[in-house]
Design a protein around this ligand. Sequence first.
Ligand code: PGA
Length: 263
Amino acid sequence: MLKGEIRKPIIAGNWKMHKMHLEGVKLVEEIDNSLDKNLDIEVVIIPPFTALRSISTVIKANQMKIKLGAQNMHYMSEGPFTGEISPLMLKALDIEYVIIGHSERREYFDETDELINKKLKKALEVGIKPILCVGEPLRIREIGKQKQYVREQLNNCLEGLNENYVHNIVIAYEPIWAIGTGKTATPEDANFMISFIRQRISKIFSPVISEKIRIQYGGSVKPFSIVPIMVQPEIDGVLVGGASLNAQDFSDIVNYKKKLKNI
Ligand code: PGA
């Protein structure tokens, strides 16, 4: 099984527009305290921009294993782009991951596949690992066209990416109807879609790259739903929204292997 051997599981918490910077520092300390000492998965927290500097300092000072991500970035290194954040500014704060193309950015900020493609290219160029979000809205799921929809997103977003670096991308399959709604895809269905995404990566790039790329599930992941998701063979981790704002919930998700032993 390649999961766990070639592909280290990755659990990320997207705080969205929540937490003042001091609250963020407290939360990251609480999460760090509760992590299993021999954890063999990558844990990433993704706070809002205003908390990144403080949290980066705390992670470094305490040599935490937790990695840091940002929720968005611009595709240029610098320039007259009022209100935007450059990837180099993130890099300077030791930020390792960046979410690109979250469905909320696509929906509320009109981000297109074309723009997402530019951001992906830039993130790979500067050495920040992108977490590319894809996933279908409810109206597409209802007519059973989710595979076609996600295929189109992948074709557009991944076009022309540098094959030498593309294995650094993490893909998050997040069916939009499952985000923040309490509805989750069944673990089997999520596994099916993720397996489909891996096949597409194999076609677009190569089988070797498709075996290396980690693919997460996202959408209303909670402590009670994590185990059936993580035991699926194709699912390499989760992108958590709401449940990542609470230290106990997020730690329970990250430490899911403890529950596995009890099954
Ligand atoms: P949720 O958010 O866990 O609150 O559904 C997931 C996400 O948007 O990444």
